[in-house]
Design a protein around this ligand. Sequence first.
Ligand SMILES: Nc1ncnc2c1ncn2[C@@H]1O[C@H](COP(=O)(O)OP(=O)(O)O)[C@@H](O)[C@H]1O
Ligand SMILES: [Mg+2]
Length: 254
Amino acid sequence: MDGIVTMQRIIVSNAKGGSGKSTIATNLASHLARNKKVSLFDYDPQGSSMHWLRLRDKERSLIHSVAAHRKSMNAVATEAFQLRVPANTDHVICDTPAAMNKQDLAQLVQNADVILIPVCPSPIDIHVATRFIGDLLIIGKARAHNVSIGVIANRVRTNTIMYKKLVQFLKSLSIPFVAAFRDTQHYHRAAEVGAGVNELPGFSRFRDDTQWEALVRWLDDAPVAPELLARASAQMLSYRDAAEGKALWKRLRS
Ligand SMILES: Nc1ncnc2c1ncn2[C@@H]1O[C@H](COP(=O)(O)OP(=O)(O)O)[C@@H](O)[C@H]1O
Ligand SMILES: [Mg+2]
């Protein structure tokens, strides 16, 4: 049962639909599966990750699949869950639905080693992500559970004002900003055949490989930073204060 002890549980989550949870969960799975043993859990009843796995060619690197959407996040901690993961699994990646109740959210934090939060460059996306990060820290008590949290900018166009605002915002958060993935049709092309962008011919020329490598490197030790989470919690509490929240919203819109 050694594998279970060292297994890294990575949860990709955000209350905003369309922020790239399934895209990042599936691409991360294909990226890590090149040389690691990976299981992909789909907690979303929409089943995007399971659909992707069904399309996946048997010749590609193996990703163990678990359709988990009928289970609560609590299942991740149970023995029954661990039995569904092959021995010596290195990474469990969980794709999650946009809508989660407080109980699911708390269980998510309790059962994660790493939480990755994809955020798209738009005021609404930033606003929803801010609330979600606040919920993870305040309701989920992320700091008490030794969770490592990383934010990812997704669907970025680097020379836009909105992207600059997103980066400025993410950097102000005291939460590691671990990758930025550009907006490219390659993600659609790859998804159509159950592949990750890293498996498309010519990937190394796409300019996306360095971003994926950066994320994989960060995941190697995914440092837990209680002092940063403490600072982020205080910041999130201040955003819940009506005036501060309004000021943030105004900055994002202007
Ligand atoms: N970096 C990206 N570039 C281009 N399209 C993307 C990117 N990330 C996600 N998408 C597209 O955006 C849509 C929503 O992404 P998805 O991963 O399904 O979001 P979620 O799971 O958070 O609802 C999908 O059509 C997906 O192909
Ligand atoms: Mg999804």
